[in-house]
Design a binder for this molecule. Structure first.
Ligand code: ADP
Length: 386
Protein backbone atom coordinates (compact mmCIF):
# COMPACT_ATOMS: atom_id res chain seq x y z
CA UNK A 1 0.00 0.00 0.00
CA UNK A 2 1.16 3.50 -0.82
CA UNK A 3 1.59 5.53 2.34
CA UNK A 4 2.11 8.97 0.79
CA UNK A 5 -0.65 11.36 1.72
CA UNK A 6 -2.50 13.55 -0.71
CA UNK A 7 -1.79 17.28 -0.37
CA UNK A 8 -4.39 20.05 -0.35
CA UNK A 9 -3.29 20.83 -3.87
CA UNK A 10 -3.97 17.23 -4.97
CA UNK A 11 -7.43 17.44 -3.45
CA UNK A 12 -8.20 20.74 -5.17
CA UNK A 13 -7.10 19.24 -8.46
CA UNK A 14 -9.40 16.28 -7.93
CA UNK A 15 -12.25 18.61 -6.97
CA UNK A 16 -11.70 20.61 -10.16
CA UNK A 17 -12.98 17.51 -11.97
CA UNK A 18 -16.34 17.70 -10.17
CA UNK A 19 -18.81 19.61 -12.30
CA UNK A 20 -21.98 21.35 -11.35
CA UNK A 21 -23.77 20.24 -14.51
CA UNK A 22 -26.40 22.95 -14.21
CA UNK A 23 -24.05 25.84 -13.82
CA UNK A 24 -21.64 24.43 -16.37
CA UNK A 25 -18.45 24.76 -14.37
CA UNK A 26 -16.40 22.86 -11.85
CA UNK A 27 -17.04 23.39 -8.16
CA UNK A 28 -13.60 24.93 -7.55
CA UNK A 29 -13.84 27.64 -10.17
CA UNK A 30 -17.44 28.34 -9.19
CA UNK A 31 -16.23 28.97 -5.63
CA UNK A 32 -18.36 26.19 -4.13
CA UNK A 33 -15.52 24.55 -2.17
CA UNK A 34 -15.57 26.06 1.30
CA UNK A 35 -13.10 23.83 3.13
CA UNK A 36 -10.47 21.17 2.38
CA UNK A 37 -8.60 19.17 4.97
CA UNK A 38 -6.88 15.81 5.33
CA UNK A 39 -5.78 14.17 8.56
CA UNK A 40 -2.92 11.81 9.34
CA UNK A 41 -5.18 8.77 8.81
CA UNK A 42 -5.90 9.89 5.25
CA UNK A 43 -9.47 11.00 5.95
CA UNK A 44 -10.28 13.98 3.71
CA UNK A 45 -12.93 16.47 4.82
CA UNK A 46 -14.48 18.60 2.12
CA UNK A 47 -16.90 21.47 2.65
CA UNK A 48 -19.18 22.32 -0.25
CA UNK A 49 -21.46 25.33 -0.34
CA UNK A 50 -24.50 24.57 -2.46
CA UNK A 51 -26.51 27.30 -4.14
CA UNK A 52 -29.69 26.25 -2.37
CA UNK A 53 -30.02 23.80 0.50
CA UNK A 54 -32.50 21.55 -1.32
CA UNK A 55 -30.32 21.46 -4.44
CA UNK A 56 -31.47 18.54 -6.61
CA UNK A 57 -27.87 18.04 -7.74
CA UNK A 58 -26.69 17.55 -4.17
CA UNK A 59 -26.44 13.77 -4.24
CA UNK A 60 -24.61 13.80 -7.50
CA UNK A 61 -22.14 16.51 -6.50
CA UNK A 62 -21.50 14.73 -3.20
CA UNK A 63 -21.11 11.35 -4.89
CA UNK A 64 -18.74 12.71 -7.53
CA UNK A 65 -16.70 14.49 -4.86
CA UNK A 66 -16.29 11.31 -2.84
CA UNK A 67 -15.29 9.27 -5.89
CA UNK A 68 -12.78 11.78 -7.24
CA UNK A 69 -11.08 12.48 -3.92
CA UNK A 70 -11.17 8.82 -2.84
CA UNK A 71 -9.22 8.00 -6.02
CA UNK A 72 -6.18 9.94 -4.74
CA UNK A 73 -3.26 8.04 -3.34
CA UNK A 74 -3.25 8.07 0.45
CA UNK A 75 -6.91 9.00 0.88
CA UNK A 76 -8.67 6.37 2.98
CA UNK A 77 -12.05 8.03 3.40
CA UNK A 78 -13.89 11.17 2.34
CA UNK A 79 -16.34 13.14 4.44
CA UNK A 80 -18.41 15.77 2.67
CA UNK A 81 -20.23 18.48 4.55
CA UNK A 82 -22.65 20.59 2.56
CA UNK A 83 -23.95 23.99 3.51
CA UNK A 84 -26.19 26.48 1.72
CA UNK A 85 -24.72 29.68 0.33
CA UNK A 86 -25.62 33.07 1.67
CA UNK A 87 -27.40 35.49 -0.67
CA UNK A 88 -24.18 37.38 -1.31
CA UNK A 89 -22.26 34.18 -2.09
CA UNK A 90 -25.04 33.10 -4.42
CA UNK A 91 -25.03 36.40 -6.27
CA UNK A 92 -21.30 36.24 -6.79
CA UNK A 93 -21.53 32.61 -7.93
CA UNK A 94 -24.18 33.46 -10.50
CA UNK A 95 -21.98 36.29 -11.71
CA UNK A 96 -19.08 33.90 -12.19
CA UNK A 97 -21.27 31.31 -13.88
CA UNK A 98 -22.62 33.87 -16.33
CA UNK A 99 -19.19 35.25 -17.11
CA UNK A 100 -17.90 31.77 -17.67
CA UNK A 101 -20.76 30.85 -19.97
CA UNK A 102 -20.13 34.01 -22.00
CA UNK A 103 -16.38 33.80 -22.20
CA UNK A 104 -15.74 30.13 -22.41
CA UNK A 105 -17.09 28.54 -25.50
CA UNK A 106 -17.45 24.81 -24.90
CA UNK A 107 -14.00 23.38 -25.62
CA UNK A 108 -15.47 19.98 -26.51
CA UNK A 109 -18.81 18.97 -27.97
CA UNK A 110 -19.41 16.60 -25.06
CA UNK A 111 -22.05 18.00 -22.72
CA UNK A 112 -21.04 18.45 -19.06
CA UNK A 113 -24.06 16.30 -18.18
CA UNK A 114 -22.64 13.33 -20.11
CA UNK A 115 -21.05 10.56 -18.07
CA UNK A 116 -17.80 9.54 -19.74
CA UNK A 117 -16.63 5.95 -19.38
CA UNK A 118 -13.10 5.28 -20.63
CA UNK A 119 -12.53 1.57 -21.17
CA UNK A 120 -8.86 0.70 -20.73
CA UNK A 121 -6.58 -2.34 -20.59
CA UNK A 122 -2.90 -3.00 -20.00
CA UNK A 123 -2.44 -4.89 -23.25
CA UNK A 124 -4.29 -5.74 -26.44
CA UNK A 125 -6.43 -8.80 -26.98
CA UNK A 126 -8.08 -8.94 -23.57
CA UNK A 127 -11.45 -7.91 -25.00
CA UNK A 128 -11.43 -4.19 -24.29
CA UNK A 129 -13.23 -3.31 -27.54
CA UNK A 130 -15.69 -6.15 -27.00
CA UNK A 131 -16.52 -4.77 -23.55
CA UNK A 132 -16.85 -1.20 -24.91
CA UNK A 133 -19.23 -2.25 -27.67
CA UNK A 134 -21.44 -4.46 -25.51
CA UNK A 135 -21.53 -1.96 -22.68
CA UNK A 136 -22.56 0.85 -25.07
CA UNK A 137 -25.28 -1.26 -26.65
CA UNK A 138 -26.54 -2.53 -23.33
CA UNK A 139 -26.75 1.05 -21.97
CA UNK A 140 -28.77 2.02 -25.05
CA UNK A 141 -31.06 -0.99 -24.48
CA UNK A 142 -31.75 0.37 -21.01
CA UNK A 143 -33.07 3.55 -22.62
CA UNK A 144 -30.03 5.80 -22.23
CA UNK A 145 -28.66 8.08 -24.94
CA UNK A 146 -25.25 6.61 -25.71
CA UNK A 147 -22.20 7.49 -27.79
CA UNK A 148 -19.27 5.19 -28.57
CA UNK A 149 -15.92 6.70 -29.48
CA UNK A 150 -13.20 4.49 -30.86
CA UNK A 151 -10.14 5.99 -29.18
CA UNK A 152 -8.03 3.20 -30.60
CA UNK A 153 -7.10 5.46 -33.50
CA UNK A 154 -5.00 2.97 -35.47
CA UNK A 155 -6.13 -0.32 -34.05
CA UNK A 156 -9.80 0.46 -34.61
CA UNK A 157 -12.17 -2.47 -34.51
CA UNK A 158 -15.41 -0.75 -33.49
CA UNK A 159 -16.85 -0.36 -37.04
CA UNK A 160 -16.62 -4.09 -37.69
CA UNK A 161 -17.95 -5.01 -34.26
CA UNK A 162 -20.89 -2.60 -34.56
CA UNK A 163 -21.52 -3.52 -38.22
CA UNK A 164 -21.22 0.04 -39.49
CA UNK A 165 -19.48 1.57 -42.49
CA UNK A 166 -18.35 5.10 -43.28
CA UNK A 167 -17.68 7.63 -44.40
CA UNK A 168 -19.28 9.93 -41.86
CA UNK A 169 -20.55 13.26 -43.14
CA UNK A 170 -20.28 16.76 -41.73
CA UNK A 171 -23.19 19.11 -41.16
CA UNK A 172 -23.17 21.82 -43.85
CA UNK A 173 -23.89 24.63 -41.44
CA UNK A 174 -21.79 24.01 -38.35
CA UNK A 175 -19.24 21.78 -40.13
CA UNK A 176 -19.37 19.28 -37.27
CA UNK A 177 -18.96 15.57 -38.04
CA UNK A 178 -22.21 13.62 -37.59
CA UNK A 179 -21.74 10.31 -35.76
CA UNK A 180 -22.93 7.13 -37.42
CA UNK A 181 -25.82 5.20 -35.86
CA UNK A 182 -25.67 1.48 -35.14
CA UNK A 183 -27.87 -0.52 -32.76
CA UNK A 184 -29.17 2.77 -31.29
CA UNK A 185 -25.64 4.01 -30.43
CA UNK A 186 -23.88 7.05 -31.95
CA UNK A 187 -20.53 5.78 -33.24
CA UNK A 188 -17.33 7.55 -34.29
CA UNK A 189 -14.09 5.85 -35.32
CA UNK A 190 -11.13 6.67 -37.54
CA UNK A 191 -12.29 3.65 -39.51
CA UNK A 192 -15.41 5.62 -40.47
CA UNK A 193 -13.48 8.70 -41.54
CA UNK A 194 -10.59 7.47 -43.60
CA UNK A 195 -11.71 7.32 -47.21
CA UNK A 196 -8.50 7.56 -49.11
CA UNK A 197 -4.77 7.28 -48.69
CA UNK A 198 -4.65 11.05 -48.49
CA UNK A 199 -6.93 11.44 -45.48
CA UNK A 200 -5.21 8.46 -43.93
CA UNK A 201 -1.89 10.25 -44.19
CA UNK A 202 -3.32 13.41 -42.70
CA UNK A 203 -4.63 11.48 -39.70
CA UNK A 204 -1.43 9.54 -39.36
CA UNK A 205 0.46 12.81 -39.00
CA UNK A 206 -1.57 13.73 -35.95
CA UNK A 207 -0.51 12.73 -32.51
CA UNK A 208 -2.93 10.33 -30.87
CA UNK A 209 -3.92 12.94 -28.31
CA UNK A 210 -4.61 15.47 -31.09
CA UNK A 211 -6.77 12.95 -32.91
CA UNK A 212 -8.75 12.38 -29.72
CA UNK A 213 -9.12 16.13 -29.27
CA UNK A 214 -10.55 16.41 -32.77
CA UNK A 215 -13.05 13.65 -32.09
CA UNK A 216 -14.21 15.43 -28.96
CA UNK A 217 -14.36 18.93 -30.42
CA UNK A 218 -15.47 18.30 -34.01
CA UNK A 219 -18.17 15.70 -33.61
CA UNK A 220 -21.74 16.72 -32.91
CA UNK A 221 -22.31 14.31 -30.00
CA UNK A 222 -25.54 15.94 -28.84
CA UNK A 223 -27.12 15.35 -25.46
CA UNK A 224 -25.78 12.00 -24.34
CA UNK A 225 -26.27 10.24 -21.00
CA UNK A 226 -23.11 8.17 -21.54
CA UNK A 227 -20.11 8.39 -23.82
CA UNK A 228 -18.13 5.15 -23.88
CA UNK A 229 -14.53 5.56 -25.08
CA UNK A 230 -12.54 2.54 -26.20
CA UNK A 231 -8.99 3.58 -25.29
CA UNK A 232 -5.91 2.19 -27.01
CA UNK A 233 -4.20 -0.50 -24.92
CA UNK A 234 -1.48 0.45 -22.46
CA UNK A 235 -0.59 3.73 -20.87
CA UNK A 236 0.09 6.80 -22.87
CA UNK A 237 -0.58 10.41 -23.54
CA UNK A 238 -4.09 9.66 -24.70
CA UNK A 239 -5.15 9.07 -21.10
CA UNK A 240 -3.57 12.34 -20.01
CA UNK A 241 -5.28 14.15 -22.89
CA UNK A 242 -8.60 12.61 -21.94
CA UNK A 243 -8.27 13.69 -18.32
CA UNK A 244 -7.49 17.23 -19.48
CA UNK A 245 -10.21 17.46 -22.14
CA UNK A 246 -12.99 15.65 -20.27
CA UNK A 247 -12.46 16.05 -16.54
CA UNK A 248 -15.64 14.05 -15.92
CA UNK A 249 -14.08 10.91 -17.46
CA UNK A 250 -13.91 7.80 -15.27
CA UNK A 251 -12.11 4.59 -16.11
CA UNK A 252 -13.18 0.98 -16.37
CA UNK A 253 -10.24 -1.44 -16.48
CA UNK A 254 -10.55 -4.69 -18.43
CA UNK A 255 -8.33 -7.62 -17.60
CA UNK A 256 -8.27 -11.40 -18.00
CA UNK A 257 -7.95 -13.97 -15.20
CA UNK A 258 -4.23 -14.32 -15.99
CA UNK A 259 -1.83 -12.92 -13.44
CA UNK A 260 0.38 -11.50 -16.21
CA UNK A 261 -2.51 -9.42 -17.54
CA UNK A 262 -3.28 -8.20 -14.07
CA UNK A 263 0.26 -6.87 -13.64
CA UNK A 264 0.13 -4.66 -16.73
CA UNK A 265 -3.37 -3.51 -15.83
CA UNK A 266 -2.02 -2.14 -12.55
CA UNK A 267 0.19 0.22 -14.55
CA UNK A 268 -2.86 1.55 -16.38
CA UNK A 269 -4.57 2.18 -13.06
CA UNK A 270 -1.50 4.01 -11.74
CA UNK A 271 -1.48 6.24 -14.78
CA UNK A 272 -5.18 7.01 -14.29
CA UNK A 273 -4.50 8.02 -10.70
CA UNK A 274 -1.71 10.29 -11.79
CA UNK A 275 -4.07 12.00 -14.24
CA UNK A 276 -6.72 12.34 -11.50
CA UNK A 277 -9.07 10.01 -13.33
CA UNK A 278 -11.17 7.89 -10.94
CA UNK A 279 -11.49 4.20 -11.68
CA UNK A 280 -15.03 2.96 -11.25
CA UNK A 281 -14.11 -0.71 -11.34
CA UNK A 282 -12.59 -3.76 -12.98
CA UNK A 283 -14.11 -6.11 -15.55
CA UNK A 284 -12.67 -9.60 -15.84
CA UNK A 285 -13.13 -10.92 -19.35
CA UNK A 286 -12.67 -14.49 -20.68
CA UNK A 287 -13.28 -15.70 -17.13
CA UNK A 288 -14.26 -19.28 -17.64
CA UNK A 289 -15.84 -21.48 -20.23
CA UNK A 290 -18.86 -23.62 -19.53
CA UNK A 291 -19.22 -26.38 -22.11
CA UNK A 292 -22.52 -27.73 -23.33
CA UNK A 293 -22.36 -30.54 -20.73
CA UNK A 294 -22.14 -27.99 -17.94
CA UNK A 295 -18.47 -28.55 -17.09
CA UNK A 296 -16.57 -25.38 -16.22
CA UNK A 297 -13.06 -24.76 -17.58
CA UNK A 298 -10.85 -21.96 -16.43
CA UNK A 299 -8.76 -21.71 -19.57
CA UNK A 300 -6.90 -18.56 -18.62
CA UNK A 301 -6.48 -19.26 -14.94
CA UNK A 302 -8.63 -17.61 -12.33
CA UNK A 303 -8.79 -14.77 -9.87
CA UNK A 304 -7.03 -12.09 -11.96
CA UNK A 305 -9.97 -9.68 -11.89
CA UNK A 306 -10.50 -10.02 -8.18
CA UNK A 307 -6.80 -9.65 -7.45
CA UNK A 308 -6.57 -6.50 -9.58
CA UNK A 309 -9.68 -4.97 -8.01
CA UNK A 310 -8.26 -5.68 -4.57
CA UNK A 311 -4.87 -4.29 -5.45
CA UNK A 312 -6.18 -0.98 -6.81
CA UNK A 313 -9.01 -0.87 -4.28
CA UNK A 314 -12.02 -0.68 -6.60
CA UNK A 315 -14.97 -3.06 -7.08
CA UNK A 316 -14.98 -5.97 -9.53
CA UNK A 317 -18.02 -4.93 -11.56
CA UNK A 318 -18.36 -7.99 -13.76
CA UNK A 319 -16.96 -11.29 -14.97
CA UNK A 320 -17.61 -12.13 -18.61
CA UNK A 321 -17.26 -15.82 -19.52
CA UNK A 322 -15.61 -17.09 -22.68
CA UNK A 323 -18.41 -17.62 -25.15
CA UNK A 324 -18.11 -18.42 -28.87
CA UNK A 325 -21.14 -16.18 -29.49
CA UNK A 326 -18.92 -13.18 -28.60
CA UNK A 327 -16.49 -13.89 -31.44
CA UNK A 328 -19.27 -14.44 -33.93
CA UNK A 329 -21.13 -11.32 -32.82
CA UNK A 330 -17.95 -9.26 -33.13
CA UNK A 331 -17.13 -10.59 -36.58
CA UNK A 332 -20.59 -9.96 -37.99
CA UNK A 333 -21.42 -6.61 -36.42
CA UNK A 334 -23.96 -8.03 -33.98
CA UNK A 335 -22.74 -7.53 -30.40
CA UNK A 336 -23.92 -10.40 -28.18
CA UNK A 337 -26.03 -8.28 -25.85
CA UNK A 338 -28.25 -7.43 -28.80
CA UNK A 339 -28.39 -10.78 -30.54
CA UNK A 340 -27.87 -13.62 -28.10
CA UNK A 341 -29.19 -14.86 -24.78
CA UNK A 342 -26.17 -16.95 -23.81
CA UNK A 343 -23.85 -16.61 -20.81
CA UNK A 344 -21.77 -13.69 -22.14
CA UNK A 345 -24.85 -11.65 -23.12
CA UNK A 346 -26.23 -12.22 -19.64
CA UNK A 347 -22.96 -11.23 -17.97
CA UNK A 348 -22.70 -8.05 -20.06
CA UNK A 349 -26.23 -7.02 -19.02
CA UNK A 350 -25.27 -7.56 -15.38
CA UNK A 351 -22.06 -5.57 -15.83
CA UNK A 352 -24.07 -2.71 -17.33
CA UNK A 353 -26.46 -2.70 -14.38
CA UNK A 354 -23.46 -2.49 -12.03
CA UNK A 355 -21.95 0.39 -14.04
CA UNK A 356 -25.24 2.31 -13.99
CA UNK A 357 -25.53 1.76 -10.23
CA UNK A 358 -21.98 3.07 -9.74
CA UNK A 359 -22.38 5.95 -12.15
CA UNK A 360 -26.04 6.83 -12.60
CA UNK A 361 -26.98 9.15 -15.46
CA UNK A 362 -27.11 12.80 -14.52
CA UNK A 363 -30.73 13.81 -14.17
CA UNK A 364 -31.27 16.96 -16.15
CA UNK A 365 -35.00 17.46 -15.89
CA UNK A 366 -34.59 19.72 -12.91
CA UNK A 367 -32.02 22.03 -14.53
CA UNK A 368 -34.27 24.64 -16.00
CA UNK A 369 -36.32 24.76 -12.86
CA UNK A 370 -33.31 25.31 -10.65
CA UNK A 371 -31.69 27.91 -12.89
CA UNK A 372 -34.98 29.81 -13.15
CA UNK A 373 -35.25 29.74 -9.38
CA UNK A 374 -31.67 30.95 -8.96
CA UNK A 375 -32.11 33.81 -11.40
CA UNK A 376 -35.36 34.82 -9.70
CA UNK A 377 -33.57 34.73 -6.36
CA UNK A 378 -30.71 36.78 -7.76
CA UNK A 379 -33.08 39.39 -9.14
CA UNK A 380 -34.79 39.52 -5.75
CA UNK A 381 -31.38 39.95 -4.07
CA UNK A 382 -30.49 42.74 -6.45
CA UNK A 383 -33.83 44.47 -5.91
CA UNK A 384 -33.32 44.26 -2.16
CA UNK A 385 -29.79 45.70 -2.36
CA UNK A 386 -29.54 49.38 -1.45
P1 ADP B 1 -8.93 -5.77 -27.38
O1 ADP B 1 -9.84 -4.63 -27.70
O2 ADP B 1 -8.57 -5.86 -25.94
O3 ADP B 1 -7.73 -5.85 -28.26
P2 ADP B 1 -11.01 -7.43 -28.56
O4 ADP B 1 -12.23 -6.90 -27.95
O5 ADP B 1 -10.70 -7.03 -29.98
O6 ADP B 1 -9.74 -7.14 -27.64
O7 ADP B 1 -11.07 -9.01 -28.44
C1 ADP B 1 -10.05 -9.86 -28.95
C2 ADP B 1 -10.69 -11.14 -29.50
O8 ADP B 1 -11.22 -11.91 -28.43
C3 ADP B 1 -11.83 -10.90 -30.45
O9 ADP B 1 -11.78 -11.81 -31.50
C4 ADP B 1 -13.07 -11.12 -29.61
O10 ADP B 1 -14.18 -11.56 -30.36
C5 ADP B 1 -12.59 -12.20 -28.65
N1 ADP B 1 -13.28 -12.14 -27.34
C6 ADP B 1 -13.33 -11.09 -26.50
N2 ADP B 1 -14.04 -11.38 -25.39
C7 ADP B 1 -14.46 -12.67 -25.52
C8 ADP B 1 -15.25 -13.58 -24.74
N3 ADP B 1 -15.73 -13.21 -23.55
N4 ADP B 1 -15.46 -14.83 -25.23
C9 ADP B 1 -14.96 -15.19 -26.43
N5 ADP B 1 -14.22 -14.40 -27.21
C10 ADP B 1 -13.96 -13.16 -26.80
Amino acid sequence: MNMTTATHEDIYRALAAVNDPELGGNIVELGMVSAVDINAQGVASIGIALTVAECPMRNQIEGDTVRKVRALNGVTDVVVETTAMTKAQRASLMGRARLRAREQAQPTQVAPTTRVLAVASGKGGVGKSTVSVNLALSLAQRGHRVGLLDGDIWGFSIPRMMGIEGPLTADDENRLIQPGMAHGVSVVSTGLIIESEETALMWRGLMLSKALEQFLSQVEWGDLDYLVIDLPPGTGDIQMALARLLPQAEMLVVTTPQVAAQKVAVRVADMARRSYMPIIGVVENMSDFVCEHGARYELFGSGGGEALAGQIDVPLLGRIPLDPAVVEGGDFGRPVVGSDSGPAAHAFAELTAAVVAALPPIADETCTGRIAKLVAQLDEDLAAAP
